[in-house]
Design a protein around this ligand. Structure first.
Ligand SMILES: NC(=O)c1ccc[n+]([C@@H]2O[C@H](COP(=O)([O-])OP(=O)(O)OC[C@H]3O[C@@H](n4cnc5c(N)ncnc54)[C@H](OP(=O)(O)O)[C@@H]3O)[C@@H](O)[C@H]2O)c1
Length: 439
């Protein structure tokens, strides 16, 4: 029986319900602000005890002061604990994990600094949620810690940021809104920015460089895991080409390089294998604009893929993020104005079989279009998604998988109210066109 994220840990007298680890990082500071914001809201006021953790007391105090100022408070004083903790110091990680029911880990790149946090949480009975977009890390943690996490009754749930909550929960939302059986869905991500452009922090760039450099190891890792096969139900979803024109959006699109595809696949595998639900095939794409954007992206992509293969190339990429990303990734990160002017829309086109129609026979006969839209992805949508995932884990214990373990968000939260929670905080899930369209 799982206890780590739930009542068992509370009964064990841990001083905190959640700890934000890596609170002094660029993303971590916004996670702190988001936790402080939801804790100040009526329903939760005073019910959860929380702390920030990191290497420098000074930096942690500065983040608390900064967050208080942004929330129009004089201080976040005594209600928030401060824990000193370094990934390089296993005893400090164990001490942090023993004091809380849940760690929200914002310490990355996860490939280098993520595992000791997971290990400490599993060993010391705390659950852990992260915002990693690095598939090798996410699946590697499954291979190494799923069994132990199950024995300990804790939940390790990766990719709870923009990667990959909108995609993973969006597929489940689309499935639940279709009257009948959804068998395949494609998502298209469109980013919108203001006159000052779209910016991301260097932390994500560093993670992306090492994630892409290590792609070859993913195959070996998956072989070791030996995933159970998932059957194709309904008509097989066709994979699109490397670049294609979308008549719906009137622009060019490419396959999404991030982890959404593999995260959704893991969720669907769990839902099929453990809950006997019909698996949904999935393809993730990004809208990139006109022909000019395609050419620019291809040139930048070729240079990136060439450099990322060699250690001296990776050194160059990580040393000069601004140059190699054409100004998109910077050591300073986006300004508040740039974040305010940025938003995303993820559109899902699903197809399936109407009620009473056997998905194993004939062509799909119903379609559905849904959407997830929200604010800036990295530092507004991600903290919202991470914190709401955390609250689900703490407050909806009975709706989580029966056993602890290492889960993707869709697997962990499919029976919870996560989508309602996200809707309330500005990540909006909606149906765009009716499910009953005959094909
Ligand atoms: N899924 C998504 O959509 C999404 C969105 C945003 C970010 N992310 C991911 O989040 C991660 C962080 O990104 P970021 O931009 O916030 O990076 P960042 O500003 O460099 O923050 C890294 C954090 O890790 C801490 N840290 C590093 N090494 C540590 C150690 N040995 N012990 C303790 N703490 C350590 C840093 O602490 P100090 O302050 O003490 O240096 C800092 O708090 C990246 O992996 C990024 O890809 C994902």
């Amino acid at each position: 029986m799982a206890t780590g994220g739930g009542d068992g840990a509370k009964a064990a007298g841990r001083p905190y319900d959640l700890v934000v680890f890596g609170a002094s990082g660029f993303t971590g500071q916004f996670v702190v602000e988001e936790v402080a914001r939801v804790m100040a809201d009526g329903e939760l006021r005073g019910t959860l005890r929380w702390a920030v953790a990191g290497r420098s007391r000074q930096k942690l105090q500065a983040v608390l002061n900064w967050a208080a100022e942004r929330l129009g408070k004089t201080a976040l004083g005594a209600e928030v604990g401060v824990l000193l903790c370094d990934v390089a110091d296993a005893a400090s990680l164990a001490a942090m994990a023993r004091q809380t029911r849940l760690v929200l880990s914002c310490v990355g790149p996860y490939r280098f600094v993520g595992e000791p946090v997971v290990e400490a949480c599993v060993e010391n009975g705390a659950s852990c949620i992260d915002i990693s977009g690095e598939s090798q890390f996410l699946e590697g943690m499954y291979l190494k810690y799923n069994q132990k996490a199950a024995e300990k009754g804790v939940y390790i749930i990766g990719s709870c940021g923009f990667d990959s909550i909108p995609a993973d929960m969006g597929v489940l939302y689309t499935r639940d809104k279709l009257k009948g059986t959804l068998t395949a869905v494609e998502s298209f991500l469109k980013l919108k920015s203001g006159p000052e452009g779209l910016r991301m922090h260097d932390g994500t760039w560093q993670s992306a460089v090492y994630f892409i450099a290590d792609q070859d190891n993913l195959k070996n890792l998956r072989k070791k895991i030996g995933y159970a096969p998932v059957p194709v139900v309904g008509a097989k979803l066709k994979r699109r080409g490397f670049v294609f024109y979308s008549p719906e959006f009137r622009e060019y699109c490419i396959p999404f390089m991030g982890p959404d595809g593999s995260v959704v696949e893991r969720s669907q595998r769990y839902l099929y294998t453990d809950l006997k639900e019909t698996p949904v095939q999935y393809g993730a794409y990004v809208n990139i604009g006109g022909l000019g954007s395609v050419i620019k992206l291809m040139l930048a992509g070729i240079l990136f893929l060439l450099l990322v293969k060699f250690s001296c190339g990776r050194k160059l990429l990580t040393k000069y993020p601004e140059f190699f990303s054409a100004g998109r990734f910077t050591k300073k990160g986006p300004t508040q104005k740039q974040m305010d002017e940025t938003s995303f829309t993820m559109t899902f086109f699903g197809e399936g079989y109407s009620e009473g129609q056997d998905p194993q026979n004939g062509k799909p006969n119903v379609k559905i279009c849904t959407e997830v839209k929200g604010p800036e992805t990295g530092y507004v949508a991600t903290p919202i998604a991470m914190v709401q995932a955390g609250l689900c884990l703490l407050e909806e214990t009975a709706c989580l998988p029966k056993q602890g373990g290492v889960y993707s968000p869709g697997a962990a939260f499919s029976k919870t109210k996560l989508i309602d929670r996200l809707n309330k905080r500005g990540l909006e899930f909606s149906v765009i066109s009716k499910a009953e369209v005959k094909m």
